[in-house]
Design a protein around this ligand. Structure first.
Ligand code: PEP
Ligand code: MG
Length: 605
């Protein structure tokens, strides 16, 4: 007889179905012994024991970082951040002080230091640091485990293909996952933009996060079903449910194979309208995925990631070789290189940490480049030199908020061009220069910007953040992050129209372009090119080839008259289900289209 079926709802962050045995990672917190060192016990011995535990944690993290797979390398900077925390004054020095001055044993001293760090970090104006309290905890637990002499089986202990269920997974944990043994991922915590989600999506592993009590309700060895599109877990599934989900799994696999087969065809709507579909990449290693998935070029190369994974500032030669290889690998297809977009949550160790109350509104991106001119010029020189070979590089400046900033960036670019000409170093003199439209003021002056550049690329991730005045990483206002907000749609329309009026091309490279549910809206907004994570290319191309441009334009015209994102979303949902029943039988759109819930404010401590 069938056993009771139980459903746990979470957030579907990586579509697909996984059916298999659960492996619950019960890291458990270590028991912390509390005592004061007696006169006979050596204080320096205790300090050395603490130092050894830190050293071991450092080595472990270093090993994870070195072994990290190429596809996860973009996340290595978070591991570096964990390494930095280990020797942070607030934790390292404070623990040693408590051992020496209060004679606390090492574990107790560390717990006290962590508690204090919590308070200090929590009160800091720096949003980035504040939001990293979870990293401090993860690091603290790692050192406590070392101090207690406990080595846990953790991820290395997994010997069969399982669905990994954990309270949370840090980037260091995910770096250790044996992907060939991971059928699916489930975490109690996390949201769409947490690291687990991003990694799961980029590796095509079905995943549900934010499944609040999953680790309590699921036990190791029990069979579970993960529906990564609907954000649903089924524990103790009935036989009927298992066969239903196997059927769905087959259906998805067949569908995905079918759309992958067609991914190399140009993206053209049924009424003959062609749009370019390109890939966003962060590292050279992703070029293969971009090509395999049918991307027709690189629409956004986030150059800052190459800077983030290293302690030293890369020199011009290193950058030149990287850029040249990328351009040659993609040739003759275009590569749009964005100049450094560092700052806010994308940090490196080579420039001083700025004490900014609002880093997202601070010295970041193009502003930072115009501040560190030598760094900017060295990158521009490397890009220009690389452009000489296949002449397929386009350049764009991020976060431009006004004409003055654009003219200054162009002036520096010209200076570099002149220096190269004087030194007889070849470069592509016709290299196109564009700007990203990410700030409301750039939308307002899009007509003026369009006179100065060869193309626009709309970065909806930031444009939504800045036009709706919500921090894109703040879960308390995540419910307001609405790509279909009429204000956002009007801004986008205004930018596209201004670009077209001036006769320049307009692309979109924010996450919105990668979500197939928005494809009709993006088509109707008349973008010339779309750029997205490589894995999204086949599904989006498939939807484009089945859309009718006339209908998309009509939908957008109507949507621009509607007053709320909710209503626009409902209408879009209805239209999509009617027009693309196959797509939505396979990938349940309801999870994506669901109205964001109002936040529940929690007091954790
Ligand atoms: C954007 O803001 O939409 C964008 C593509 O840039 P990033 O996500 O790197 O800020
Ligand atoms: Mg951006």
């Amino acid at each position: 007889m069938d056993r009771d079926a139980r459903i746990i709802n979470g957030i579907g962050v990586s579509p697909g179905i996984a059916i298999g045995k659960a492996h619950v990672l019960e890291r458990g917190s270590v028991t912390v012994p509390y005592y004061v060192l007696t006169e006979d016990e050596s204080i320096e011995g205790e300090c050395a024991r603490f130092d050894a535990a830190i050293g071991r944690a450092e080595r472990d993290l270093q090993e994870i970082k070195e072994k990290i797979r190429p596809e996860l390398r973009e996340h290595a900077h978070v591991i570096e951040f964990h390494q930095m925390i280990l020797r942070d004054r607030l934790i390292y020095d404070e623990t040693l002080r408590l051992i020496r001055e209060e004679r606390f044993n090492a574990q107790w001293a560390l717990v006290r230091a962590l508690r204090k760090a919590h308070e200090v970090f929590g009160a800091l104006g720096d949003e980035y640091i504040r939001s990293r309290v979870a990293d401090v905890d993860a690091v603290g637990q790692q050192v406590l485990r070392n101090l207690s002499g406990r080595t846990d089986d953790w991820l290395d202990g997994i010997r069969e293909r399982v669905i990994v269920v954990a309270r949370d997974l840090s980037p260091a944990d995910v770096g250790q996952l044996r992907l060939e043994r991971t059928l699916g991922l489930v975490t109690d915590m996390g949201g769409r933009t947490s690291h687990t989600s991003i990694i799961a999506r980029s590796l095509n592993i079905p995943a549900v996060v934010g499944a609040e009590r999953a680790t309590e309700l699921i036990s190791t060895g029990s069979v579970i079903i993960v529906d990564g599109a609907a954000g649903k877990l089924i524990t103790n599934p009935t036989e009927r449910e298992i066969s239903h989900y196997y059927e769905r799994q087959d259906e998805i696999e067949t569908y995905v194979k079918e759309i992958n087969r067609k991914a190399h065809l140009p993206a053209q709507t049924r009424d003959g309208h062609h749009v370019g579909v390109e890939a966003n990449i962060e590292l050279l290693e992703e070029v293969v995925a971009a090509k395999d998935n049918g991307a027709e070029g690189v629409g956004l190369y986030r150059t800052e990631f190459f800077f983030m994974n290293r302690k030293e500032l890369p020199d011009e030669e290193t950058l030149y070789h990287e850029y040249r290889e990328l351009a040659e690998l993609m040739a003759p297809q275009p590569v749009t290189m964005r100049t450094l977009d560092l700052g806010a949550d994308k940090l490196t160790s080579w420039y001083p940490r700025l004490e900014e109350a609002n880093p997202a509104l601070g010295l970041r991106s193009i502003r930072l480049c115009l501040h560190y001119l030598e760094v900017f010029k060295s990158q521009l020189r490397a890009i220009l030199r690389a452009s000489a070979l296949a002449r397929n590089i386009r350049l764009m400046f991020p976060l431009v908020s006004g004409i003055g900033e654009l003219m200054e960036a162009k002036r520096v670019l010209n200076e570099v061009r002149e220096e190269l000409t004087a030194a007889r170093v070849p470069f592509d003199e016709g290299m196109q220069v564009g700007v990203m439209i990410e700030v409301p003021s750039a939308v307002a002056i899009a007509d003026l910007l369009a006179r100065e550049v060869a193309f626009f690329s709309v970065g909806t991730n930031d444009l939504i953040q800045y036009s709706l005045a919500i921090d894109r990483g703040n879960e308390h206002v995540a419910y307001l992050y609405e790509p279909l907000h009429p204000g956002v749609l009007r801004f986008i329309k205004q930018a596209v129209d201004a670009g077209h009026k001036a006769g320049i091309e307009v692309s979109i490279c924010g996450e919105m372009a990668a979500e197939p549910v928005y494809t009709p809206v993006i088509l109707g907004l008349e973008f010339d090119r779309l750029s997205m994570n490589p894995q999204a290319v086949p599904r989006v191309k498939n939807l484009i080839s089945r859309s009718v441009m006339k209908d998309c334009r009509k939908f957008v015209r109507r949507a621009l008259q509607i007053s709320t994102a909710g209503e626009i979303g409902d209408q879009l949902h209805d239209m999509m289900i009617k027009k693309f029943p196959e797509e939505f039988r396979v990938f349940d759109p309801s999870a994506l289209m669901a109205r964001p819930a109002l936040p529940r404010f929690r007091r954790d401590h």
